[in-house]
Write a protein that binds this ligand. Sequence first.
Ligand code: NAD
Ligand code: UFG
Length: 334
Amino acid sequence: MKILVTGGTGYIGSHTCVELLSAGYEIVVIDNFSNSKRDVVDKIKMITNKDFTFYEGDCCDKDILTKMFDKNDIGAVIHFAGFKAVGESVNEPLKYYRNNLDSTITLLEVMKEHGCKKIVFSSSATVYGKPDSLPIKEDFPLSTTNPYGTTKLMIEDILRDLYKSDNTWSIALLRYFNPIGAHTSGLIGENPNDIPNNLMPYIVKVATGELEILSVFGNDYDTKDGTGVRDYIHVVDLSKGHIKAIEKVLSESGIDAYNLGTGNGYSVLEIVNTFMKVNGVDVKYKIVDRRPGDIDACFADPSYAKEKLNWEATLGIEDMCRDSYNYVKNVKED
Ligand code: NAD
Ligand code: UFG
């Protein structure tokens, strides 16, 4: 029995492939490299010293998915493939609706046709919109503020409807908070080619001198120091959550959502200061206006994942800052 990982050469997918292989799972991976690099396939093999079959292809392509299911005994799927840039989704909503929804519906059809009814889906804390209170629990009301978020909520709804129609499905909706960090090997991580939208990749590029100065979006929020607060989670901890979720979907049917976060909120300035301290580098920053659409604070109550999946994050903010920088320095030295 193999686990299919879609989007498996992406940031979270590649780390999850490492954890799956290390835990003894056989995997088969598909990615179209729309937001990742070919050499990640070899890097995953290098880290784990394990082999797996990789398909270059698009999850909207029913033929390639059918071929994968025909050729491999796929027992469950972890579905990472999708576009994730909030700002781009506002400017190009059709691109997001087409890719995120089409890839998921096509995948679910092929799974159904092959009697594979176990899936772990990459959702996001963005489905909580602007929460009324903190920390966020899974039963909070759901809403979205941008097309990317809407694709995540629509897919959650599709999966809930699918389960209603056939309760032999087994579905885990994983709502990630803010993944940062990288594998300690320095071989895989996140290093966008374009100017980063997210905080940590931007900080790293300022630290390496690729970008001049970080803009801190607002210091007048109702938070400890006025800057935005988020629940940053190490990508390795997050990936380990997927192993627990796979164990869950393999063992029983049902549908459930789980917050994958640490439960700790850190401000932008706390992240910048910790990054400078642990890495011994300077990160120049300036305070600018708030970024439209940002909320003041967002952090999880992760207790449900602990109770139901027996998972909790163990790595701290220092680990996250150190590993994020280590990866990008390593890439630059290559
Ligand atoms: P990523 O862009 O690094 O990885 C996604 C991968 O999917 C990429 O390798 C890309 O090439 C591939 N892909 C995209 N569309 C595809 C398609 N149609 N067919 C085949 N491959 C396709 O992103 P990530 O940070 O690893 O995120 C993984 C998932 O988690 C995404 O669904 C994302 O929306 C979700 N998520 C990410 C975050 C985050 O902050 N990184 C937060 C919440 C949820
Ligand atoms: N920030 C800056 N400067 C930057 C980038 C970010 O000050 O250059 C601030 C933001 O204002 C925010 C914090 O850093 O306060 C984190 O911002 P990110 O862009 O890194 O993350 P977000 O919380 O805005 O969004 C992320 C993902 C979304 C996901 C959301 C909820 O990018 O995909 O978390 O899970 F929907």
